[in-house]
Design a protein around this ligand. Sequence first.
Ligand SMILES: Cc1cc2nc3c(=O)[nH]c(=O)nc-3n(C[C@H](O)[C@H](O)[C@H](O)COP(=O)(O)O)c2cc1C
Length: 205
Amino acid sequence: MLTCAKSIGELALLLMRANTAHPVHEIIATRRSPRSLAPEAALSDIEIISILEAARWAPSAFNGQPWRFFLGKNGDATFTQILSSLEPFNQGWAKNASVLILVAAKTTRDDGSIHADFQYDTALAVAQMVFEVHNLGYVAHQMTGFNRESAQSALDIPRDLVPVVVVAIGKQDHADKLAPALAEREVAARTRKPLTEIVLRGLPV
Ligand SMILES: Cc1cc2nc3c(=O)[nH]c(=O)nc-3n(C[C@H](O)[C@H](O)[C@H](O)COP(=O)(O)O)c2cc1C
């Protein structure tokens, strides 16, 4: 896309935009997972509730809604507990997030039977959360690089739930605030496998 940015904000958005091979909604093209987060930023409670509400309205098998959320705001005890469960690499940048959400899931249905689709359903809820975060002008970065056992005990997560993912949410900051190797990754173009590799049958030619 050959366009001239009129401001730093616009330039940042252009850098974030995926070079999609076919047109898609702007929110899909511009969402990405940055690591440079502004430590002084904060989300309002209204914004936080909107993000959770977006996740709440995700579809799920038999409308089972197995997702459960543990949310910490930077500086509170829940934030510190989630942060402490992250791998050191993730701690290094996620400490500047405004909000950390540990997403857990119920592995059994309300009738006690095994919920075979709990991971699938929960990922859908996180996807909706992430798009709402982006819609509100913040960024979200999902992480499975955390210790589930230490998260479970630090947060006192009931044993009928399993921790699935941690989502860091915040305001994107300048890439050059990261260490050089990470800064380079931060501004690299987003890439994906071509449709010809992932659509094994039925791709229109
Ligand atoms: C399930 C999941 C786990 C991830 N875990 C980590 C992680 O532990 N640390 C990290 O820095 N990024 C993590 N990521 C971010 C991915 O690396 C990132 O989404 C991917 O490189 C594509 O980049 P994009 O989201 O900017 O398009 C994770 C993403 C997902 C969906």
